[in-house]
Design a binder for this molecule. Structure first.
Ligand code: FO1
Length: 319
């Protein structure tokens, strides 16, 4: 396949997706990459707007993410939370002192009338990030889980309730009716769009909210560019623990073939981990091209390497 230059649109959720997003930013210049991020996990806490997936991507690109905890800022302290506890306030969702500055700045600027896109551009620029990190939409979209007690926001279900209630359904409140952010809409319409890379994020919880934004699925389907997904599964098991429980309750299968079936005709190529090589034949039989490669990203070299493999699978020339 001849290699092409052009613009890359990456779609990302939080932790795993953020690592590949940072890898793509390592190997592509800013003018060739737009990273559109899930905002379905966003919620309001202590009067602050918290955007976990945007922050995971921003912190990873800025090189200040906490790699052990998996969310928030490295070298964190928790004194504000201690004081909030002493004042009788809720302790179930932990905002570190350094992380809290992000939520205060974002909430303040939103209240001043800026859009989430404008605020995100302001914050990324302040952190020295030259690549475009854009929310999927400037309108609030909230992933919610239906339980016997009614609909819970994703964070209430996931963190406060630790996924204990049986999930009956999932919805992205605010859709339809949420337009793509200007940055996502522009990337989708670019003449030089050369590929869409789906970072290794949960298809049902992190990517579906992006695809549910008005016109996004249709715009992706209408573009004749390679659509390459990096599977979030390793050893068939990344959707483990409470998320596997949630998907089981919703009747969703877990596995690379289920992921490929979920994306359907959108998907051209999937990168799967070496330990899942056995899945390749079945995926190819579904008409999807497959690259078998190490997908676990522990180091900056790992994430750069995986970014290069994903771009190569899409026929993209780097440099
Ligand atoms: N996850 C937790 O399990 N417990 C927390 O207290 C928590 C706080 C938190 C604060 C800011 C932030 O950006 C993320 C935070 N997360 C926390 C992670 C978040 O709930 C999830 O990782 C994602 O929403 C799922 O992708």
């Amino acid at each position: 396949m001849s290699q092409v230059k052009g613009h890359i649109l990456a779609l990302s959720g939080g932790v795993g997706g953020a690592k590949l997003a940072a890898g793509l930013a390592d190997v592509l210049p800013p003018e060739r990459l737009t990273i559109a991020v899930n905002t379905g996990d966003d919620f309001e806490h202590f009067g602050l707007t918290v955007c976990p997936d945007i922050d995971s991507v921003v912190y990873a690109l800025a090189g200040i993410n906490d790699t052990v905890r998996g969310w928030g800022v490295a070298d964190e302290s928790w004194r504000a939370m201690e004081r909030l506890g002493a004042l009788g306030e809720a302790q179930w969702f932990n905002l570190g002192d350094r992380d809290m500055a992000m939520h205060i700045a974002r909430s303040w600027r939103l209240r001043e009338g800026e859009s989430l896109s404008q605020v995100t551009a302001r914050l990324t620029s302040a952190l020295g990030i030259a690549h475009a990190v854009v929310p999927m939409s400037d309108a609030p979209v909230r992933t919610q889980v239906q339980t016997a007690d009614g609909w819970l926001t994703f964070q209430h279900y996931f963190v406060r309730e630790q996924c204990r209630p049986v999930a009956r359904a999932i919805r992205f409140a605010g859709t339809p009716g949420a337009a793509p952010s200007p940055g996502l809409a522009q990337a989708l319409a670019r003449d030089d769009l050369a590929a869409v890379i789906l970072c290794p994020s949960n298809p049902f919880l992190s990517v579906d909210p992006i695809l549910s934004v008005d016109g996004v699925r249709e715009a992706l389907a209408a573009r004749d560019v390679p659509f390459v997904a990096v599977s979030p599964l390793v050893g068939g098991k990344a959707l483990k623990g409470p998320l596997a429980k949630l998907l089981g309750e919703l009747g969703e299968a877990c596995g690379n073939r289920a992921i490929a079936a979920h994306y359907g005709k959108l998907l051209d190529h999937i990168l799967i981990d070496n330990c899942d090589a056995v899945d390749a034949e079945g995926l190819r039989a579904m008409g999807v091209s497959v690259t078998i490669t190490p997908t676990v990203m522990c180091t900056a070299e790992d994430r750069k390497g995986l970014a290069r493999v994903a771009l190569s699978a899409a026929g993209i020339e780097i440099g």
